[in-house]
Design a protein around this ligand. Structure first.
Ligand code: FES
Length: 116
């Protein structure tokens, strides 16, 4: 059964930046969101190279220097922001797991499956 969990207001996601969330109150961020203009891309903070490995090197730091890729800072894997596919690094060709989002007015919600 899916759960819809509030993440934040849209204005709290600056264009070109990433942010981590702990929607299930596990004590660590398990969902990351990247905003690119009008588009939001949400992924599980769970690197396919080593499942369970946290990807950010500090709170909300999921992107490379120019903001063009998601980076797993454990071993440097780079992921396409829109597709989640690893384009460089030890898990090249594998992909992050997408988290569906719902946006209602200016509120952003994650749709979490029963497995999350
Ligand atoms: S755990 Fe992500 S690149 Fe190794």
């Amino acid at each position: 059964m899916n759960r819809v969990v509030f993440l934040c207001r849209l204005e709290e996601l600056p264009d070109g930046q990433s942010r981590g969330f702990d929607p299930l109150k596990t004590g660590r961020d398990t969902v990351l969101v990247v905003r690119q203009g009008r588009d939001l891309h949400a992924w599980r903070d769970d690197c396919p190279h080593q499942p369970g490995a946290a990807m950010a090197w500090r709170k909300d730091a999921y992107l490379n220097r120019d903001g063009s890729r998601i980076v797993c800072h454990a071993h440097g894997a780079r992921f396409d922001i829109a597709t989640g596919v690893c384009t460089l690094g030890p898990c090249q060709g594998q992909a992050l797991t997408r988290v569906p989002l719902l946006i209602s007015t200016d509120h952003v919600y994650a749709v979490l499956s029963g497995a999350d």
